[in-house]
Write a protein that binds this ligand. Structure first.
Ligand SMILES: [Cu+2]
Length: 322
């Protein structure tokens, strides 16, 4: 009778833990579990699938751990003591077979999703994508809209249900650009361009972060990413054009000085080559390449920025852990 009470207590505690975690995830918006875009959706499903697959092993192992410790405890005189028991063909096949099947399934899934969710892969859509050039600064994010001739700091606005093609660089220590609600994070590094393709399925405002520690102001290096209607986006662009001052390379250099800002800033783009200049700043002849590679020293001298910086980037793929 006393044992029944003990077992009931253990089951009660386990149930309470499960209920508590369900309540936690319901009440607190964990952005990666509450995706707002096609990419984030697929990544959430992938995460849940791999966790469930791992549970196929984890649940039986920990259940057996508890059961065996209970059954073969010192006080249980009914359990058989079998010191000569060495193996069982069927059991061996079972506990080697299942992990093999799991690894096989995981490798197929990994191959497929690595290609399907490649941040460099453009998103299929009938809508024309919006191009955004992202510059990570100390400690703020500059967003340049080359097609619309506007720029903003710490505020990213784009139309809903429309692919957003990001090209990213940094004029600061390495940063990582991340909007958890929309998926994939990608590194921003000085002297090179990386790429990311995201889409929001509906209107909404999402938090964006730097996911890579980059110094004093890192904690405040957040931005707001907002997907709005197409009409709203056009109005937003017009409003900036009518009310903001130009950003040129000279005013950019003032903006780029290390500090944190409390409210977003908006600019008219006064220099259509601003992004390229920021990338090239680290590649001027004689200044040296911050990311030296074996086969690029000559190309660094040329002004063929997009192709060149992408090629340099490919050589860093392993390092960046993408
Ligand atoms: Cu790099």
């Amino acid at each position: 009778m006393r044992n029944t009470v003990k077992i009931a207590a253990v089951l009660l505690i386990i149930t309470a833990c499960i209920v508590a975690s369900i309540l936690f995830f319901q009440n607190y918006n964990v952005a990666v579990l509450n995706p707002q875009g096609e990419i984030a959706d697929k990544q959430r499903n992938l995460m849940i699938f791999t966790v469930l697959l791992a549970l196929v092993v984890v649940v039986p192992v920990f259940t057996m751990l508890a059961l065996f410790s209970w059954k073969y405890r010192e006080g249980n005189k009914k359990a058989k003591y079998r010191p000569d028991w060495a193996g069982n063909k069927w059991l061996e096949m079972l506990w080697w077979g299942i992990p093999c099947v799991i690894i096989a399934v995981l490798s197929v899934i990994t191959w497929q999703t690595s290609h399907e969710l490649d941040p460099y892969k453009p998103i299929q859509s009938n809508e024309k994508p919006v191009e955004v050039q992202v510059v990570a600064l100390q400690w703020k994010w500059l967003f340049i809209y080359p097609e619309y001739d506007v720029a903003s700091v710490n505020k990213l606005v784009f139309p809903e249900k429309t692919p957003v093609n990001f090209t990213l660089t940094s004029d600061a220590p390495m940063n990582s650009f991340w909007i958890p609600s929309l998926g994939s994070q990608v590194y921003a590094m000085s002297g090179m361009s990386t790429k990311l393709h995201l889409i929001a399925n509906a209107k909404g405002e999402y938090e964006g972060y730097s996911a890579n520690i980059s110094g004093d102001g890192f904690a405040d290096m957040k931005f707001s990413a907002e997907s709005i209607s197409h009409e709203g986006f056009d109005l937003w662009v017009d409003h900036i054009k009518q009310t903001s001052s130009d950003i040129t390379y000279a005013s950019y250099e003032v903006l780029a000085k290390p500090n944190s800002i409390s409210a977003p800033l908006y600019y008219k783009l006064g220099d259509s080559g601003l992004y390229d200049k920021i990338v090239m700043k680290y590649m001027t002849p004689g200044a040296g390449n911050p990311h030296p590679t074996e086969d690029t020293p000559q190309e660094n001298q040329q002004h063929d920025i997009p192709d060149n910086s992408e090629m340099i980037h490919t050589n860093h793929m392993d390092m960046e852990g993408m």
